[in-house]
Each structure stands twice: as structure tokens, then as C-alpha cells.
Design a protein around this ligand. Structure first.
Ligand code: IPE
Ligand code: IPE
Ligand code: MG
Length: 253
């Protein structure tokens, strides 16, 4: 595909999605506060968007969708807000099983879910078990997740394998990360206007394409995601090469 052809892709055309997509779902609290509502209402509305966007990703052909649902650092929020978030998570895990099974969606989790309340952990275990044979898409929830914490866990696991440090390669560490079964994201989207990673997938995003949206998560719609996918296919991922080198390879393909 030439550069001119690339630029002519219209956003109403069906474009191939990034195979591995990660989303930092931010802006729930501010969305609610701007409407005079308690922050919890933003999270409730945000949960509806999770359903809608997951469905869209499945239809579009995304293979793995990472969602940042609750960070390690979010444990410092007010207890009432944490309780509301855990309640919504539990609700989601119970209610979504039939839809996930219908659509071939396998649930996955990264982070430190041992810190979650018991009932939430139980609902999580049930949903993981119920969907384990699904093969169409992975929905990977990041729960009590922190990128640095994950790297430390991976380093400890690697040290325990007994592999001599001289033999350690990039893949040795990558294989010990929570994300090892799923791989690195091709595209990361953060909603809510902030332009930071907030400790999400630090290792895995080393060559990820980034997209920052002003839209708060509760207002994020399929049409915007479709447009982001359309922009994504126009990007040239060079991985250190020159543009010419990449074009030459694409011509051969
Ligand atoms: C994201 O929205 C949801 C979680 C972090 C759990 P926020 O709650 O961070 O909303 P803002 O950023 O305060 O608007
Ligand atoms: C990141 O959002 C975590 C999630 C979306 C779950 P935060 O709202 O917690 O991030 P900061 O604190 O603004 O960086
Ligand atoms: Mg936030």
C-alpha cells in the first residue's frame, strides 16, 4: 500500500483492528462530577461502556483486549469508592458470563487479584473457569495491577527458575510476566484526557502505538473506537528501521 492510498482510507470503511488492544479507561469520576453526580455513578456508567466496547472489539476481530480496571495505586482511594468499584466488578463478572460464552470470549486476569475482597475473587474464579474453553477473543482485566509490581514479580520468578543470570534474555523475563500468554499490545488508548501510562503495561508498551482521547470513559462510543482503528492502520510501525525499509518489506509481502 502506498502512502497516498493509506491517506485515502475513510473512517466509515471497515479496517483491520489492532490484534492486541489495551485501554486505560479513565475519566469516570470527572464525568460524574461534571453532571453533579457522585463518582460511583461514573463507574456504573463506565461498566456499561465496558460491555459495549468489548462487544465491538469482538465484532471487529480484536484478538486480545486488555482493560485497565483497577490499579495497584487505586487501593489508596476512599474505601467507599473502592467498595463501589468492587461491587460493580462482581456484578460484571456474574452477569457477563452468558454473553462471554455466546461470543467465545475467554476471560483473563493480570495483576494481584489475591488482594480483592473474597466475594469478588470467587466471582472472578467462576468466570475464569466458565470461559476457559472460549477461543475467539481474550478479555484480560487488569485488577490490582501495577506495571512495576508486575516486573518485580517476574524478576523474582525468573530468579527462582535457577537459570544462570548470564543466560537471561529479554524473552526470559517476558515469559515470567502476567501477560506472557497474551503478548504485547499493538495499540494503547487512554480516555479521559490525561497523557500518561499510570503504571500500565510498562514493559509491554515499549513499541506500542499510543492514542490519547479527551472523551471520558463513560461517554466513549463505538464510532470513536472505529475512527481510532482507522487512524491506527495509517500509522507506519518502523521498529527502528527507516520508512523506506518498511515500504520495501511491505512490497514483498
Ligand atoms: C477510571 O476513572 C476508573 C478507575 C481508576 C477505577 P477515574 O475514577 O480515575 O476517573 P477520574 O480520572 O477521576 O475522572
Ligand atoms: C489509571 O487511572 C487506572 C485505571 C484506569 C484503572 P487513574 O485515574 O488511577 O490514574 P492517575 O492516578 O490519574 O494517574
Ligand atoms: Mg483517573
Amino acid at each position: 500500500m502506498t502512502v497516498t492510498e493509506l491517506k485515502t482510507i475513510r473512517t466509515d470503511q471497515v479496517v483491520p483492528p489492532p490484534p492486541i488492544l489495551a485501554i486505560i479507561m479513565d475519566g469516570n469520576g470527572r464525568w460524574a462530577q461534571a453532571r453533579g453526580l457522585p463518582r460511583e455513578e461514573g463507574h456504573r456508567e463506565g461498566a456499561k461502556v465496558v460491555r459495549n466496547i468489548t462487544e465491538y472489539c469482538r465484532e471487529a476481530g480484536v484478538k486480545t483486549l486488555y482493560l485497565y480496571a483497577f490499579s495497584e495505586q487505586n487501593w489508596c482511594r476512599p474505601p467507599e469508592e473502592i467498595a463501589a468499584l468492587m461491587g460493580l466488578l462482581e456484578e460484571f463478572l456474574i452477569e457477563e458470563i452468558p454473553t462471554m460464552l455466546e461470543n467465545g470470549i475467554r476471560l483473563g486476569v493480570i495483576g494481584d487479584p489475591a488482594r480483592l475482597p473474597e466475594e469478588t475473587r470467587a466471582a472472578l474464579a467462576r468466570a475464569l473457569e466458565a470461559t476457559r474453553s472460549c477461543t475467539e477473543m481474550n478479555l484480560v482485566l487488569s485488577l490490582s495491577y501495577g506495571g512495576r509490581e508486575e516486573l518485580v514479580r517476574a524478576a523474582v520468578r525468573l530468579a527462582k527458575t535457577g537459570l544462570a543470570p548470564e543466560q537471561w534474555r529479554e524473552s526470559s523475563l517476558a515469559n515470567q510476566l502476567d501477560t506472557a500468554p497474551y503478548g504485547d499490545p499493538d495499540l494503547l488508548i487512554r480516555t479521559g484526557g490525561e497523557m500518561r501510562l499510570s503504571n500500565f503495561l510498562l514493559w509491554q508498551c515499549s513499541y506500542c502505538e499510543l492514542h490519547f482521547s479527551q472523551t471520558p470513559w463513560p461517554a466513549f462510543e463505538r464510532e470513536e473506537l472505529r475512527d481510532i482503528f482507522a487512524l491506527y492502520v495509517q500509522r507506519q510501525r518502523r521498529f527502528g528501521q527507516t520508512p523506506g525499509q518498511v515500504w520495501a518489506k511491505e512490497r514483498v509481502r
